[in-house]
Design a binder for this molecule. Sequence first.
Ligand code: SF4
Length: 107
Amino acid sequence: MSSTLSRREALKNIAIAAGALAVVRTTTAAPALPHVSPKDPMAAGVSYHESVATIKASQFPQYKPGDKCANCAQIGGAAGQTWRPCNIFAGQLVNANGWCTAYSRKT
Ligand code: SF4
């Protein structure tokens, strides 16, 4: 076996190992963050609703149709995702179709 062939084999093995590592990385999902529970004391403190459909307008006159977490200034993550991070609930996710009294429309 010549040194050129050995180098070629080594490069081939590196390429195979890199490909295998890429497969492992793409198939190993990051652990999902927990969803904010409306029953959580902090969530209850800001009247977090997991869906705007459950908001009673008479109880929350500040709520305006169309307001929801997805267009709130506190939302993070990517548009289109159902569960997204919120600045006031660190380490948890809120429903993009939810709402709370800390809502402020994104400008
Ligand atoms: S602060 Fe905004 S994004 Fe966070 S829960 Fe309240 S309405 Fe939703």
